[in-house]
Design a protein around this ligand. Structure first.
Ligand code: S3P
Length: 168
């Protein structure tokens, strides 16, 4: 069974994912990292090929990994918004939505410049607010568990996920 982490940029899907993988002796993969190792930086992919192309690469990565077992998969913030990706990931996995408030998300994102969707946006806060509003209901819908990360360390969040998995 795989453990899939979804949620907004900055919520800590990668940091928590590594910890969950350590605790549960699973292999960790991060969809953004798989893509950037193969094709170059996410920023360049967005800039030169556009968002639709990037979304295609995300779906390709899901196609390669969803039938494997014992993985922790940290997904890019937009990946589970595509229904087919979420459905595939559910086949052999539990999806955890890591949740945080807008202020917390913004404070966890050190620099906006590595996130194409926030880059060159004067109103990064406004943009994040809009994305959060649009995406939250979808994250809630596709996830098996919602984990509130507010005022919690990555270790605490990881332990909470492990304990939910143990109750299965
Ligand atoms: C995106 C989030 C990013 C990355 C890309 C698009 C999004 O991943 O996949 O910039 O649509 O929210 P993180 O959520 O890891 O920042």
């Amino acid at each position: 069974m795989n453990i899939v982490l979804c949620g907004m940029m900055g919520v800590g899907k990668s940091t928590v994912g590594i910890k969950v993988a350590e605790l549960t002796k699973r292999c960790w993969i991060d969809t953004d990292t798989v893509i950037s190792n193969r094709y170059g930086s996410i920023l360049d992919i967005f800039e030169y090929y556009g968002e639709a192309h990037f979304r295609g690469l995300e779906s390709q990565v899901v196609g390669e990994y969803y039938e494997k077992d014992d993985l922790v998969i940290s997904t890019g913030g937009g990946l589970v918004l595509h229904r087919e990706n979420a459905e595939r990931l559910k086949k052999n996995g539990k999806i955890f939505f890591l949740q945080a408030s807008l202020d917390t998300l913004l404070s966890r994102i050190m620099t906006y410049d590595t996130r194409p969707l926030l880059r060159n946006t004067l109103g990064a806060r406004k943009r994040m607010e809009q994305l959060l509003q649009e995406r939250k209901p979808v994250y809630e819908y596709v996830s098996d568990y919602i984990v509130d990360t507010e005022n919690k360390s990555a270790d605490e969040v990881a332990r909470e996920i492990v304990s939910l998995m143990e109750q299965l």
